[in-house]
Design a binder for this molecule. Structure first.
Ligand code: FAD
Length: 485
C-alpha cells in the first residue's frame, strides 16, 4: 500500500495527538499511528496550567477536559529543602495569570490521553490504533514516510512530506535524527510507583495539590486522582536498583514507610486492586535530550526528543508545547509561508529554551540545603521574568515562562496589568500562603556561593540555543503556524 499524507505522526500520547490535531486543523492530511489500543496506561498524572488552559484550548478539547471530573490542582505542597515544615506554591502566585485559569488537573492519563486522541480524530486526522511503526523510510535527501505493522498484522508503508516522532521514551526511530540520546550526569534516578484505593487529603484549598516529600533515599509524590485513588511514587537514586529489581512492591512500601509525611496519609488505606492501578511499576527516569530535534522531513517531540526529572510535573507540558512548535513549522512549510529549515530551527530553539529553564532550575531545586525563598530566587534568576521571585517560581512551575500565545491567553496580559503587584498583597491577605513569599531577598554572599555551586553541580553541557533570532518568526493568531516578521 502506498499512501500520500502531509504528515505522519508516530505515537498517540499527548505529544502525538497535539501535533496531529494542530496540523489537521489547518486542513492537511494527517495519519497518526499508535501502537496500543486506547485507553492505555501511562505515568505523568500531574498537569500544569499551560497545558490545561493553553494547549487544550488550541486543540479544541479544553471544555471536555474541564468536564471530565479530574481533580482540580491549585499548585504544589512540598516537604522539601532545609525547612522541616511543608510549604506550598500556588499557580495564582503569579499576577499575570488570574483565577480561575491559575489551575490545572491531576489526571488519569488513560482518560486524558484518550480525550486528546479523540480530538485529533475530530480535527480530521486519520488515527490508527494497534499500528506499530517499525522503520522510517528515507533517502539521502529527506525522510519520506514510515513502515508499520497494522492492526491485522500486515506490513505497510505510508508516505508523507513530514514525519513527527512522538513515540515517547521507548522510541526506536529517534536515532535517525541527531544520533543517540545525551544523558544528564545529574538526573539519573529510578522511579517505583503504585496506587492506593483512597488516602487522606491535604486541607482545603490545597486538597488537589501534588504533594512532594523528600526523604533520605530521594522523594515521594502523592497525587490525588479520585477520592478512591491516589498515585504514590518514589524517585530514588540508582543505588536502590537491586532492591527494586528483587521486589518492586516491597521496595515501594519500604520507601513510603521511610517517609513519615506520606506514610501518615496512607495509614490503613488498602492498595488499589482495579486494573491498571493494581500494579507497582518501575521506570528509569534519567533525563536526556537529543543533539538535534529535526532533520529534513522529520522532527522529534515529547519524550522522543527530551525528558527532564518529573518533580515539577513538566513532562506533558514539554511534550505538548514541543509538539505544537513542530506542528507550526510543518504547517508553515506546507503552505509555503516559511521554509522548512527556518521553521524547524525556530521550533528547536524555542523547545530547547523551554527545556533548559526546567533543567537549570531543577538542579538548584535538588539542593536540599536551601529553603523555599531561595528556590523562588533561583526561579527568578533562571527565568529572568520581570516579576517578583515567588511569582517567577509560579510561572516556571505553571509552564508559563515562554509567554507563548499557546500557553498564555492574550487576555491574561491585560488582566496582568491590572493585577500588577497582587503577589505582595496576596502574601499578606492570604494566610494560607507561605509567609516567606514576602521575605527579603537573599544576600549577595549567598548568591555568589550559589552560582559556584550550580556550576559545580551542572550535569553536563546543554546546547545553548541563544536568543531568538532578531528576524525571528511570530505566531499566527490561531496559534497553529509561523509567520515572518
Ligand atoms: P507518551 O505519553 O509515552 O506517548 C507515546 C505513545 O507512542 C504511546 O502511546 C506509545 O504506545 C506510542 N508508541 C510507542 N512506540 C510506538 C511505535 N513504534 N509505533 C506507534 N506508536 C508507538 N509528566 C507530567 O506532566 N506530570 C507528571 O506528574 C509526570 N510524572 C512522571 C513520573 C515519572 C516517574 C516519569 C518517568 C515521567 C513523568 N512524567 C510526568 C512525564 C510524562 O510521563 C511524559 O513526559 C509524557 O507522557 C510524554 O508524552 P509523549 O506523548 O511524548 O509520550
Amino acid at each position: 500500500m502506498t499512501q500520500e499524507y502531509d504528515l505522519i505522526v508516530v505515537g498517540g500520547g499527548p505529544a502525538g495527538s497535539t501535533a496531529a490535531t494542530a496540523v489537521a486543523l489547518r486542513g492537511h492530511r494527517v495519519l497518526l499511528l499508535e501502537r496500543e489500543t486506547f485507553p492505555r496506561y501511562q505515568i505523568g498524572e500531574s498537569l500544569l496550567p499551560a497545558t490545561v488552559h493553553g494547549l487544550c484550548r488550541i486543540l479544541g478539547v479544553a471544555d471536555e477536559v474541564q468536564q471530565a471530573g479530574f481533580t482540580l490542582k491549585r499548585g504544589g505542597t512540598l516537604r522539601w529543602g532545609r525547612d522541616p515544615e511543608p510549604w506550598q506554591f500556588s499557580f495564582a502566585m503569579t499576577p499575570r495569570v488570574p483565577e480561575p485559569t491559575a489551575t490545572a488537573f491531576q489526571v488519569e492519563r488513560s482518560r486524558f490521553d484518550e480525550i486528546l486522541l479523540r480530538g485529533a480524530r475530530r480535527a480530521g486526522a486519520e488515527v490508527r490504533e494497534g499500528s506499530t511503526v517499525r522503520r522510517v523510510v528515507a533517502d539521502e535527501e529527506r525522510v519520506r514516510g514510515v513502515e508499520f505493522t497494522d492492526a491485522d498484522g500486515n506490513a505497510r508503508t505510508a508516505y508523507a512530506r513530514y514525519v513527527i516522532d512522538a513515540s515517547g521514551n521507548t522510541s526506536r526511530i529517534h536515532t535517525g535524527v541527531g544520533g543517540g540520546r545525551v544523558y544528564s550526569d545529574f538526573f539519573r534516578n529510578l522511579a517505583v510507583f503504585g496506587y492506593f484505593a483512597g488516602g487522606a487529603r491535604l486541607p482545603e484549598p490545597n486538597s488537589g495539590n501534588i504533594f512532594c516529600a523528600a526523604f533520605d533515599a530521594g522523594w515521594l509524590w502523592y497525587i490525588p486522582l479520585r477520592d478512591d485513588l491516589t498515585s504514590v511514587g518514589a524517585v530514588i537514586s540508582p543505588e536502590h536498583t537491586g532492591a527494586v529489581q528483587r521486589d518492586a512492591r516491597g521496595a515501594w512500601r519500604d520507601m513510603i514507610e521511610a517517609c513519615p509525611e506520606v506514610s501518615r496519609l496512607v495509614a490503613g488505606v488498602p492498595e488499589a486492586t482495579e486494573a491498571p492501578y493494581d500494579q507497582v511499576r518501575v521506570r528509569r527516569d534519567w533525563s536526556y535530550w537529543k543533539q538535534s530535534f529535526w532533520k529534513p522531513g522529520m522532527a522529534l517531540v515529547g519524550d522522543a526528543a527530551c525528558f527532564v526529572d518529573p518533580v515539577l510535573s513538566s513532562g506533558v507540558h514539554l511534550a505538548t508545547y514541543g509538539a505544537l512548535l513542530a506542528a507550526r513549522s510543518v504547517n508553515a512549510a506546507l503552505d509555503g509561508s516559511v521554509p522548512e529549515e527556518r521553521g524547524f530551527a525556530e521550533f528547536e530553539a524555542r523547545y530547547r529554551r523551554e527545556y533548559r529553564v526546567f533543567y537549570e532550575f531543577l538542579i538548584a531545586f535538588y539542593d536540599m540545603e536551601r529553603n523555599e525563598d531561595s528556590y523562588f530566587w533561583s526561579a527568578k534568576k533562571i527565568t529572568k521574568v520581570d516579576l517578583g521571585e515567588a511569582a517567577a517560581f509560579a510561572e516556571l512551575a505553571g509552564g508559563l515562562v515562554s509567554r507563548d500565545s499557546a500557553v498564555v491567553r492574550t487576555e491574561w496580559h491585560t488582566a496582568a496589568a491590572q493585577l500588577d503587584g497582587a503577589v505582595g498583597e496576596l502574601a499578606v491577605s492570604d494566610g494560607r500562603m507561605n509567609p516567606l513569599l514576602s521575605a527579603p531577598v537573599v544576600g549577595e554572599t549567598f548568591r555568589t556561593g550559589n552560582d559556584l555551586q550550580e556550576q559545580a553541580l551542572y550535569g553536563g553541557p546543554l546546547d545553548d540555543p541563544g536568543p531568538a533570532a532578531p528576524d525571528g518568526l511570530a505566531v499566527t493568531p490561531d496559534g497553529l503556524s509561523w509567520v515572518k516578521v
